[in-house]
Design a protein around this ligand. Sequence first.
Ligand code: ADP
Ligand code: MG
Ligand code: MG
Length: 250
Amino acid sequence: MLKIRNLRAMIDGKEILKGIDLDVKAGEIHAIMGPNGSGKSTLASVLAGNEAFEVTDGTIEFKGKDLLELAPEDRAREGLFLSFQYPVEIPGVSMTNFLRVALNEQRKYKGEEPLSASEFLKLMRERKKLVEMDSDLTNRSVNEGFSGGEKKKNEIFQMAMLDPALSILDETDSGLDIDALRVVANGVNKLRRPENATIIITHYQRLLDYIVPDKVHVLYKGRIVKSAGKELAYELEKNGYDWIKQEVDA
Ligand code: ADP
Ligand code: MG
Ligand code: MG
C-alpha cells in the first residue's frame, strides 16, 4: 500500500524530515507517535502533496505508483485520505453537495459512471448509520460552526463515504471528549477492511485504547527512531518520551 524510503523534506530552508522509512500493508493500522515538533504533521502534509514542503530526497510508493509524481487531487482520487488536525470550513457548501462532487470525481477518475441521486442518498443513509453521524450535520455547510467533536465526526463520515485505500488521521483525538473519541474509533474500526489501511498520528495513547494498531512508530527529530507492536503505545503512556529522547540523543 505505502512504501516510504529515505524521505527527506524541508520548509523555509530547514530540514524537518531526515530520512523516513515506512512500510504499510493493506489491512494494517499503524500509529505514529512522538513528541511535539517531531515532524508528524509534516509527514502527513508531504504525503498529501502540500507544496509548502520541499521533498529533497527519497521515494514514496502508493499502490505501486510514484506518489511524488501525482498532483494532490490525484492522490485523493487514487484513494489517499487525510484528516487534518484543524479541518477547514467551507461556508455555503453543504456536506451533501461536497460529498456528491468528491465521490463522483473519484468515480470519473476510475472510469466509473457517476452515482444517481437515489444511489447517492442510499449510500449516505447507509454510511451515516455506520458511523453514527447526526443527520442535521450533513445538511449544514461543511464544518461551519461545528464544534471540534462534530468536525471530527464529520471527517470520519467523509472517510466512510469516500472509502479510501489509505486514511491518515492527524491528531484526530486532540480535544475530543470521550463520546466523540468513541465515535471516531468505532468509525475507524468499522471501516477497517483487508483492502485498506490507516495511519493514526497521535501524541497521546488515549485513542489507541479503542483502536488497536498493528504497529506503533515513534517519530523524533524527523526520523522514525523506534517501531514495535501495540505494547509500545502503553510503554509511552506510562513512561513518556524522555527515555526515547535519551536513547537517541546519547
Ligand atoms: P508535529 O506534528 O510532530 O508536532 P510538525 O510536523 O508540525 O510536528 O513540525 C515539525 C517541525 O517543523 C517544527 O519544528 C515546526 O516548527 C516546523 N514547521 C512545521 N510547519 C512549518 C511551517 N509551515 N513553516 C516553518 N516551520 C514549520
Ligand atoms: Mg504538533
Ligand atoms: Mg502535528
